[in-house]
Ligand binder design. Structure first.
Ligand code: C5P
Length: 227
Protein backbone atom coordinates (compact mmCIF):
# COMPACT_ATOMS: atom_id res chain seq x y z
CA UNK A 1 0.00 0.00 0.00
CA UNK A 2 1.26 3.46 -0.94
CA UNK A 3 0.79 6.64 1.07
CA UNK A 4 -0.17 9.78 -0.92
CA UNK A 5 0.39 12.98 1.03
CA UNK A 6 -2.09 15.72 0.07
CA UNK A 7 -0.37 19.06 -0.51
CA UNK A 8 -3.36 21.22 0.40
CA UNK A 9 -1.56 24.00 2.26
CA UNK A 10 -2.29 27.73 2.05
CA UNK A 11 0.66 28.65 -0.19
CA UNK A 12 3.04 27.06 -2.67
CA UNK A 13 5.89 27.97 -0.32
CA UNK A 14 4.39 25.93 2.54
CA UNK A 15 3.64 22.98 0.26
CA UNK A 16 7.19 22.99 -1.10
CA UNK A 17 8.62 23.18 2.42
CA UNK A 18 6.54 20.13 3.39
CA UNK A 19 7.63 18.32 0.20
CA UNK A 20 11.25 19.02 1.04
CA UNK A 21 10.78 17.70 4.61
CA UNK A 22 9.31 14.50 3.14
CA UNK A 23 11.70 14.19 0.20
CA UNK A 24 13.42 11.12 1.67
CA UNK A 25 10.20 9.15 2.26
CA UNK A 26 8.80 6.46 -0.03
CA UNK A 27 5.49 8.22 -0.72
CA UNK A 28 3.52 9.90 -3.53
CA UNK A 29 2.34 13.51 -3.50
CA UNK A 30 -1.25 14.48 -4.21
CA UNK A 31 -1.90 17.86 -5.79
CA UNK A 32 -5.54 18.88 -5.59
CA UNK A 33 -7.83 21.73 -6.50
CA UNK A 34 -6.54 24.36 -4.08
CA UNK A 35 -2.88 24.05 -5.03
CA UNK A 36 -3.41 23.45 -8.73
CA UNK A 37 -5.87 26.32 -9.26
CA UNK A 38 -3.61 28.68 -7.34
CA UNK A 39 -0.18 27.56 -8.48
CA UNK A 40 -0.69 25.70 -11.79
CA UNK A 41 1.76 23.51 -13.68
CA UNK A 42 4.74 25.58 -12.52
CA UNK A 43 4.09 24.21 -9.02
CA UNK A 44 4.45 20.63 -10.26
CA UNK A 45 7.85 21.49 -11.77
CA UNK A 46 8.98 23.06 -8.49
CA UNK A 47 7.57 20.09 -6.58
CA UNK A 48 9.72 17.73 -8.64
CA UNK A 49 12.80 19.66 -7.58
CA UNK A 50 11.85 20.14 -3.90
CA UNK A 51 10.28 16.76 -3.21
CA UNK A 52 12.72 14.38 -4.85
CA UNK A 53 10.78 13.75 -8.11
CA UNK A 54 8.09 11.58 -6.56
CA UNK A 55 5.06 10.32 -8.52
CA UNK A 56 2.22 12.84 -8.47
CA UNK A 57 -1.51 12.11 -8.23
CA UNK A 58 -3.34 15.07 -9.77
CA UNK A 59 -6.66 15.12 -7.92
CA UNK A 60 -8.85 17.39 -10.07
CA UNK A 61 -11.92 15.12 -10.20
CA UNK A 62 -12.93 15.90 -13.79
CA UNK A 63 -16.70 15.90 -14.33
CA UNK A 64 -17.91 17.16 -17.70
CA UNK A 65 -19.14 16.03 -21.13
CA UNK A 66 -17.05 13.27 -22.79
CA UNK A 67 -15.06 15.46 -25.23
CA UNK A 68 -14.18 18.05 -22.59
CA UNK A 69 -12.98 15.36 -20.17
CA UNK A 70 -10.97 13.58 -22.88
CA UNK A 71 -9.32 16.86 -23.98
CA UNK A 72 -8.43 17.62 -20.35
CA UNK A 73 -7.17 14.05 -19.83
CA UNK A 74 -4.83 14.42 -22.81
CA UNK A 75 -3.52 17.74 -21.49
CA UNK A 76 -2.84 16.02 -18.15
CA UNK A 77 -1.15 13.05 -19.83
CA UNK A 78 1.08 15.47 -21.80
CA UNK A 79 2.48 16.73 -18.49
CA UNK A 80 3.55 13.31 -17.29
CA UNK A 81 1.70 13.02 -13.98
CA UNK A 82 1.50 9.46 -12.64
CA UNK A 83 -2.23 9.38 -11.87
CA UNK A 84 -5.37 11.55 -12.13
CA UNK A 85 -9.08 11.10 -11.54
CA UNK A 86 -12.55 11.86 -12.86
CA UNK A 87 -16.03 11.38 -11.44
CA UNK A 88 -17.54 7.96 -12.20
CA UNK A 89 -20.94 9.70 -12.25
CA UNK A 90 -19.87 11.59 -15.40
CA UNK A 91 -21.24 8.42 -17.06
CA UNK A 92 -20.01 5.39 -19.03
CA UNK A 93 -19.62 7.21 -22.37
CA UNK A 94 -17.44 9.89 -20.78
CA UNK A 95 -15.28 7.26 -19.07
CA UNK A 96 -14.94 5.29 -22.31
CA UNK A 97 -14.10 8.40 -24.37
CA UNK A 98 -11.33 9.35 -21.96
CA UNK A 99 -9.85 5.83 -21.99
CA UNK A 100 -10.10 5.53 -25.81
CA UNK A 101 -8.25 8.80 -26.22
CA UNK A 102 -5.55 7.87 -23.69
CA UNK A 103 -5.03 4.36 -25.00
CA UNK A 104 -3.96 5.80 -28.37
CA UNK A 105 -0.83 7.13 -26.62
CA UNK A 106 2.42 5.24 -26.06
CA UNK A 107 2.11 5.80 -22.30
CA UNK A 108 -0.58 7.22 -20.07
CA UNK A 109 -1.19 8.06 -16.41
CA UNK A 110 -3.23 5.74 -14.18
CA UNK A 111 -6.88 6.83 -14.22
CA UNK A 112 -9.20 6.51 -11.20
CA UNK A 113 -12.96 7.11 -10.98
CA UNK A 114 -14.37 8.89 -7.93
CA UNK A 115 -17.30 6.89 -6.51
CA UNK A 116 -18.81 8.38 -3.31
CA UNK A 117 -16.90 11.23 -1.66
CA UNK A 118 -15.58 10.25 1.76
CA UNK A 119 -17.04 13.47 3.18
CA UNK A 120 -20.59 12.15 2.57
CA UNK A 121 -22.32 10.15 5.29
CA UNK A 122 -24.43 7.18 4.17
CA UNK A 123 -27.57 9.25 4.86
CA UNK A 124 -26.32 12.20 2.80
CA UNK A 125 -25.39 9.87 -0.06
CA UNK A 126 -28.82 8.21 -0.02
CA UNK A 127 -30.59 11.57 0.01
CA UNK A 128 -28.56 12.69 -3.03
CA UNK A 129 -28.58 9.52 -5.13
CA UNK A 130 -31.80 7.85 -3.88
CA UNK A 131 -29.80 4.63 -3.59
CA UNK A 132 -27.80 2.86 -0.86
CA UNK A 133 -24.12 3.78 -0.74
CA UNK A 134 -22.18 0.50 -0.87
CA UNK A 135 -23.94 -1.22 -3.80
CA UNK A 136 -24.05 2.08 -5.69
CA UNK A 137 -20.32 2.66 -5.18
CA UNK A 138 -19.71 -0.93 -6.33
CA UNK A 139 -21.87 -0.34 -9.44
CA UNK A 140 -19.93 2.86 -10.19
CA UNK A 141 -16.70 0.89 -9.80
CA UNK A 142 -17.99 -1.78 -12.19
CA UNK A 143 -18.68 0.87 -14.85
CA UNK A 144 -15.17 2.30 -14.33
CA UNK A 145 -13.72 -1.20 -14.71
CA UNK A 146 -15.75 -1.87 -17.87
CA UNK A 147 -14.54 1.43 -19.37
CA UNK A 148 -10.91 0.39 -18.79
CA UNK A 149 -10.01 2.67 -15.88
CA UNK A 150 -7.31 1.46 -13.51
CA UNK A 151 -9.28 1.86 -10.29
CA UNK A 152 -11.47 4.04 -8.11
CA UNK A 153 -11.46 6.49 -5.23
CA UNK A 154 -13.68 5.28 -2.38
CA UNK A 155 -13.70 4.97 1.40
CA UNK A 156 -11.97 2.06 3.13
CA UNK A 157 -15.45 0.70 3.98
CA UNK A 158 -16.32 0.02 0.32
CA UNK A 159 -13.00 -1.53 -0.78
CA UNK A 160 -14.13 -5.15 -0.23
CA UNK A 161 -17.43 -4.71 -2.13
CA UNK A 162 -15.65 -2.88 -4.95
CA UNK A 163 -12.91 -5.49 -5.36
CA UNK A 164 -15.56 -8.26 -5.36
CA UNK A 165 -17.57 -6.39 -8.01
CA UNK A 166 -14.48 -5.86 -10.22
CA UNK A 167 -11.11 -7.56 -9.71
CA UNK A 168 -8.77 -7.85 -6.76
CA UNK A 169 -6.12 -5.88 -8.69
CA UNK A 170 -8.53 -3.04 -9.59
CA UNK A 171 -6.96 -0.16 -7.67
CA UNK A 172 -8.67 1.33 -4.60
CA UNK A 173 -7.42 4.71 -3.40
CA UNK A 174 -8.91 5.68 -0.06
CA UNK A 175 -8.97 9.19 1.46
CA UNK A 176 -10.56 9.86 4.85
CA UNK A 177 -7.64 8.26 6.71
CA UNK A 178 -7.18 9.23 10.34
CA UNK A 179 -4.93 8.12 13.21
CA UNK A 180 -6.58 7.36 16.56
CA UNK A 181 -5.83 10.82 18.00
CA UNK A 182 -6.94 12.82 14.89
CA UNK A 183 -10.30 14.58 14.51
CA UNK A 184 -12.62 13.77 11.59
CA UNK A 185 -12.56 17.32 10.14
CA UNK A 186 -15.09 17.37 7.27
CA UNK A 187 -14.61 13.67 6.50
CA UNK A 188 -17.30 11.17 7.44
CA UNK A 189 -16.39 7.65 6.31
CA UNK A 190 -12.97 7.52 7.98
CA UNK A 191 -10.61 4.64 8.81
CA UNK A 192 -7.08 4.10 10.11
CA UNK A 193 -4.09 3.18 7.91
CA UNK A 194 -4.15 -0.33 9.45
CA UNK A 195 -7.85 -0.78 8.57
CA UNK A 196 -7.11 0.43 5.04
CA UNK A 197 -4.32 -2.12 4.74
CA UNK A 198 -6.57 -4.89 6.08
CA UNK A 199 -9.38 -4.06 3.63
CA UNK A 200 -6.97 -4.10 0.67
CA UNK A 201 -6.56 -0.39 -0.20
CA UNK A 202 -3.78 0.14 -2.74
CA UNK A 203 -3.28 3.84 -1.93
CA UNK A 204 -4.23 5.87 1.13
CA UNK A 205 -4.48 9.66 1.06
CA UNK A 206 -3.68 11.77 4.12
CA UNK A 207 -3.63 15.53 4.27
CA UNK A 208 -4.43 17.34 7.52
CA UNK A 209 -3.16 14.59 9.88
CA UNK A 210 0.25 15.05 8.22
CA UNK A 211 0.56 18.69 7.19
CA UNK A 212 -1.24 19.85 10.35
CA UNK A 213 1.19 18.00 12.64
CA UNK A 214 4.17 19.59 14.40
CA UNK A 215 6.49 17.02 12.82
CA UNK A 216 4.97 15.81 9.51
CA UNK A 217 7.91 13.48 8.76
CA UNK A 218 7.37 11.72 12.10
CA UNK A 219 3.68 11.14 11.24
CA UNK A 220 4.64 9.79 7.81
CA UNK A 221 7.07 7.41 9.45
CA UNK A 222 4.43 6.38 12.01
CA UNK A 223 1.97 5.63 9.19
CA UNK A 224 4.53 3.77 7.06
CA UNK A 225 5.53 1.82 10.15
CA UNK A 226 1.99 0.44 10.56
CA UNK A 227 1.81 -0.85 6.95
O1 C5P B 1 -6.97 16.43 4.97
P1 C5P B 1 -7.54 15.12 4.51
O2 C5P B 1 -6.72 13.92 4.92
O3 C5P B 1 -9.01 14.97 4.83
O4 C5P B 1 -7.38 15.21 2.92
C1 C5P B 1 -8.02 14.34 2.04
C2 C5P B 1 -7.66 14.76 0.65
O5 C5P B 1 -8.23 13.82 -0.25
C3 C5P B 1 -8.19 16.14 0.24
O6 C5P B 1 -7.22 16.71 -0.62
C4 C5P B 1 -9.45 15.82 -0.55
O7 C5P B 1 -9.69 16.77 -1.57
C5 C5P B 1 -9.11 14.47 -1.15
N1 C5P B 1 -10.23 13.59 -1.47
C6 C5P B 1 -11.17 13.19 -0.55
N2 C5P B 1 -12.21 12.39 -0.92
C7 C5P B 1 -12.33 11.95 -2.17
C8 C5P B 1 -11.34 12.32 -3.12
C9 C5P B 1 -10.30 13.13 -2.72
O8 C5P B 1 -11.06 13.55 0.63
N3 C5P B 1 -13.32 11.14 -2.52
Amino acid sequence: MTLCVALDLASARENLKLAEQLSGEKIWFKVGLRSFIRDGWGFLDELDRAGGAKPVFLDLKLHDIPKTMADAAEAIADRGVAMFNLHASAGPSGLATVMDRLSARSSRPLVLGVTALTSLSEQEFEALYHAPLEPTAAAMARSCHEAGLDGVVCSVHEVGAIKSATRSDFLALTPGIRLAHNGEDDQNRIASPAQAQKQGSDFIVMGRPIYGAKDPAAVVQEVLGTL
